[in-house]
Design a protein around this ligand. Structure first.
Ligand code: S3P
Length: 201
């Protein structure tokens, strides 16, 4: 069974890191990429971790919205999800070609195989996980997520998590179960594992 940071706070070095560092350091850009479902804290955690590592923080949703000149809900409404996904792939590819960044990604980035391939070259990928209940509590008051504007968002979250689970699973180097961890604990686990994996002193 794979260990998660919740079981290892304070002891971030264990074999999975070493394995990945040896295998991938030559081929990957030096970035930390956060993947995970909506509401798992990718942006909040990414900003804090970027500060701690001395990396630049970038957020794919923010870059897409800036380039399109409109909000994510407006892109979905006016251009459709497929157009959004294409912009997401373009932005991810651009981010992957640079280094020393913490890249927070949109929750659906793993749904395209092309993106999962880009992620492999983009850097060290951490999957932030949370239960459907935690996610629902975090997103329920927010109207910025077009895919959750359904009659039964709780059910939608459960179904989407189920659908995407394997894609998140195959795209990450390390997973962090955030339920029950404070923001500080999560940031500590994420930044310390990234420090080891990316060789940041
Ligand atoms: C999406 C997640 C959103 C945003 C868009 C689609 C998804 O990002 O990219 O609404 O498909 O899960 P966050 O994960 O930052 O909410």
């Amino acid at each position: 069974m794979r260990k998660t940071v919740s079981e290892n706070v304070g002891h971030p070095i264990f074999p999975r890191y070493a394995e990945r560092i040896v295998n991938t350091s030559d081929q990957r850009s030096r970035n930390l990429i956060l993947i995970g479902f909506m509401g798992t804290g990718k942006t909040t955690i990414g900003k804090k971790v970027a500060k701690s590592l001395g990396f630049r923080f970038v957020d794919t949703d923010h870059l897409i919205s800036k380039r399109a000149g409109k909000s994510i809900p407006k892109i979905f409404e006016q251009d459709g999800e497929e157009a959004f996904r294409q912009m997401e792939t373009d932005i991810l590819r651009e981010c992957a070609s640079k280094s020393n960044q913490v890249i927070s990604t949109g929750g659906g980035i793993v749904t395209r195989e092309e993106n999962r391939e880009i992620l492999k070259t983009a850097g060290y990928v951490i999957w932030l996980k949370a239960s459907p209940e935690t996610i629902y509590e975090r997103v329920r008051r927010n109207r910025n997520r077009p895919l959750l504007q359904t009659e039964n968002p709780q059910e939608t979250i459960r179904e989407m998590l189920e659908d995407r689970n394997d894609s998140y699973g195959s795209a990450n180097d390390f997973e962090v179960k955030t339920d029950g961890l404070s923001l500080e604990e999560t940031c500590f686990g994420v930044s310390e594992s990234a420090r080891v994996a990316l060789g940041v002193s």
